[in-house]
Design a protein around this ligand. Structure first.
Ligand SMILES: Nc1ncnc2c1ncn2[C@@H]1O[C@H](COP(=O)(O)OP(=O)(O)OP(=O)(O)O)[C@@H](O)[C@H]1O
Length: 304
């Protein structure tokens, strides 16, 4: 089942195109990472999917209902921006207040179950003002879980958390998906998403630049590392001109997306012999950075 589907989803604010013709498909039971640098349109997309803002153009379906159909949205739990709680109330009381607000009202045991699920049962009797950032985020997640959602939409949920908290949160998301929930989670930090997500979509300036399995994207970003005698480096660079090639120190060239054999042949034919040619698969993090860096930036930062 497709839990989220978008076709040409677009949001404009005056002359700013926050989201530009987005096509997206998210299947049930996955953790789906929605990645991109700040300002790339992630929050705007999530707000459209939650029916909080109307698209300028395009269509979207949530839980197989065309937005803004409330039936599709009634099975969605969300955490967008920092969750707001009454600081002078305990964690448990905050959730009870939220459980009372409908529709639909939450099941009577929903508060206890949600606290248990996020690992806050032991501190549920403490006032929220004494909670750490990580505890607040988890309470936010518990609030999103109160009505047994089929889909969780989480906007940068680990912002401000420490590394241990991030690890625990990641395990929690994985466990929820293993129980059949679909988790749509945004981040500008790939490293954390890479370890928990089945699939990712990468946004840049309102546009989708990649979508696929995490493992597949990492493999697709292969590069060839060519180590030469320093005297040969510039000649080799000349031979590879027109390809995405950059230097990495006085003896090394990195050629993006290339095939090792082909590079070997080009250099060998011209009599420029490499000391070493190695195919590398840089982590998704690096691939992601490269994807979202503009061409001018690449030129400006490339060592010459
Ligand atoms: N209400 C608004 N009015 C005008 N412009 C907006 C509005 N909301 C978002 N934008 C613009 O749309 C673009 C995308 O913003 P959005 O918040 O969706 O990005 P993001 O990827 O979620 O980034 P962040 O992680 O910083 O929230 C930005 O250029 C932003 O300035």
């Amino acid at each position: 089942m497709r839990v989220i589907r978008c076709e040409g989803l677009t949001k404009r604010y005056g002359s700013t195109v926050a989201v530009d013709g987005l096509d997206l498909a998210v299947d049930a039971g996955q953790v789906f990472g929605f990645l991109g640098p700040n300002g790339s349109g992630k929050t705007t997309t999530m707000r459209m999917l939650l029916g909080l803002i109307a698209p300028t153009a395009g269509r979207a379906w949530v839980n197989e209902r065309r937005l803004p159909d409330p039936d599709g949205l009634s099975r969605v739990g969300a955490m967008i921006e920092e969750p707001a709680f009454y600081p002078w109330m305990t964690g448990r009381r905050n959730l009870k207040v939220l459980a009372l607000h409908g529709p639909p009202p939450a099941r009577p045991d929903a508060v206890g179950a949600a606290l248990e699920r996020v690992g806050l049962s032991a501190v549920a009797g403490r006032k929220v003002k004494a909670y750490s950032q990580g505890m607040r985020q988890r309470l936010g997640l518990a609030a999103a879980l109160l009505r047994d959602p089929a889909l969780l939409v989480l906007d940068e949920p680990t912002n401000g958390m420490d590394p241990a908290g991030i690890r625990e949160f990641r395990a929690l998301l994985r466990a929820l998906a293993d129980d059949g929930m679909t988790v749509f989670v945004s981040s500008h930090l790939l490293a954390e998403v890479e370890q928990v997500c089945d699939r990712v979509a990468v946004m840049n300036r309102g546009r989708l630049v990649e979508q696929g399995r995490v493992a597949g994207l990492a493999a697709a970003r292969q590069r060839v590392r060519v180590v030469l005698d320093a005297a040969d480096r510039d000649a080799a660079r000349g031979l590879l001109a027109g390809r995405p090639v950059r230097t990495d120190g006085p003896r090394t060239l990195l050629v993006e997306g290339a095939d090792g054999r082909e590079i070997n042949a080009i250099l060998g034919r011209a009599g420029v012999w490499a000391r070493q040619i190695r195919v590398e698969h840089p982590g998704l993090e690096e691939a992601f950075l490269r994807l979202t860096v503009t061409e001018e930036e690449t030129d400006a930062t490339a060592p010459r």
